[in-house]
Unconditional design. Structure first.
Ligand code: AMP
Ligand code: MG
Length: 390
């Protein structure tokens, strides 16, 4: 049995970034930028007003000073002449500050009468001019690799970048296995249960950028499993669920062997999730997850998420952890790394009493896993532990 970090390293060794493709900016959110983008213009491209008011020259702008209003500068319609001393221009937010002016007097600070203004008492001392290039300069880079979120897309748009080069989305073929499984909504006989993992994992994978193909449920015989592996061809990652322990009906390993898998490992020293298998299957990575619903979801978080990120060119890093204090004592850990379902709130973490790997209701009530190293000693309330937010 290997450790979680050894298993993850073995998977990372197989997970090289996929090809690069070009997408319009409107499709870029959620994708990983593969090639740094460059600003094609500066922002703002002219000194811009940050307020509604009057643009004038700051020399002599004191309480009581009187100015002639000679024109207007609005957003998209600047005032295209120089403003002489003693004159000002009515200006609006986002409009170009005319030549000869370096300060905006906010409209609340003037008394206007016809075409003249008088500056009031207690003038706001700020100038309210955003310099040319205040946000970014022309030629400034937006560095890859980066998972693009809404704020990034807004910045790239402002940089006048209409399309970006991103890593291809990994395709994942998801195969549930088991004679007992039916799909939600299907009528089942009393011996059957619903294929829940399939839905949970598909949602998890889609959320991190994978293109998921949910294949028909494979039954517990070699023929059905082999057929599933044929259907999975062309995917970057083949994920099986269940059938990976040593029971008589656990045939995934055998079917994968027949399909030519080069196995990397089988069994990881973790709880939940021991019967985890991985290897190279043709051009794809194959990961065999345990069938117990919580095991499958925890292994998805610990192994699939970092792999899908790595395939998209992001750094090869394990699920991010933070430190939190226990709100109660916990017992010594056994020989496997334990990922305990827990609730994390205001810096404190509380572990659920029921940790059976079949309990989806407990998993759904959790917002974190605490990570216990093999043989970790018992801990008192207030002790710090590693926490993986869910
Ligand atoms: P196995 O590894 O096939 O022995 O499965 C272990 C347990 O997980 C059994 O109780 C299965 O019924 C259950 N299981 C396997 N696959 C799924 C699935 N896709 N959804 C829900 N439960 C499953
Ligand atoms: Mg099974």
């Amino acid at each position: 049995m290997i450790s979680v970090s050894e298993a993850l390293d073995a998977l990372f060794a197989l997970a090289n970034p996929l090809n690069i493709e070009t997408v319009p900016l409107s499709d870029a959110a959620g994708r990983v930028l593969a090639v740094s983008a460059v600003a094609e213009r500066e922002q703002p491209p002219f000194p811009a007003s940050a307020m509604d008011g009057y643009a004038l020259n700051s020399a002599g702008a004191v309480t009581g000073a009187i100015y002639q209003v000679v024109g207007e500068s609005a957003a998209g319609h600047g005032y295209n002449a120089s403003v002489p001393t003693g004159a000002c221009v009515r200006i609006f937010t986002g409009a170009p500050v005319p030549e000869g002016c370096d300060r905006i007097i906010i409209q609340e600070d003037v008394e206007r009468s016809g075409d003249t203004i008088t500056l009031k008492d207690n003038l706001d001392p700020k100038y309210y001019v955003r310099a040319k290039g205040f946000d970014f300069a022309c030629g400034q880079t937006f560095d890859a690799p980066k998972l693009l979120g809404p704020n990034d897309v807004a910045l790239l748009a402002a940089m006048n970048v209409p399309q970006v080069q991103v890593f291809r989305k990994p395709t994942v073929a998801l195969i549930s296995t088991g004679d007992e499984l039916v799909m939600p909504g299907e009528t089942s006989n009393p011996d059957q249960i619903i294929a829940s993992n399939t839905f949970g994992l598909a949602a998890m994978l889609r959320e991190i950028g994978a293109e998921v193909r949910v294949l028909p449920i494979a039954r517990d015989n070699l023929q059905s499993l082999e057929q599933a592996f044929y259907l999975a061809e062309g995917a970057d990652v083949v994920v099986t669920i269940g059938g990976a322990s040593v029971g008589d009906h656990d045939l995934v390993a055998q079917a994968a062997e027949k399909h030519g898998i080069q196995r990397q490992f089988y069994k990881v020293a973790m709880r939940p999730g021991k019967p985890l298998m991985a290897g190279q299957l043709g051009d794809a990575m194959m990961i065999g997850l345990p069938g117990n619903p919580v095991s499958a979801m925890v292994c998805g978080k610990i192994f699939l998420t970092p792999i899908i990120r790595a395939l998209q060119g992001l750094p090869k890093e394990s699920a991010p952890k933070l430190r939190a204090k226990l709100s109660h004592p916990i017992a010594q850990n056994g020989g496997r790394e334990h990922y305990m379902r827990a609730v994390y709130e205001n810096g404190l973490v509380r572990v659920f009493e029921r940790q059976d790997s079949a309990l989806l209701s407990v998993l759904a009530a959790s917002n974190a896993l605490i990570v216990r190293a093999p043989q970790a000693t018992a801990l008192e309330a207030g002790a710090e532990v590693d926490v993986i937010p869910l």
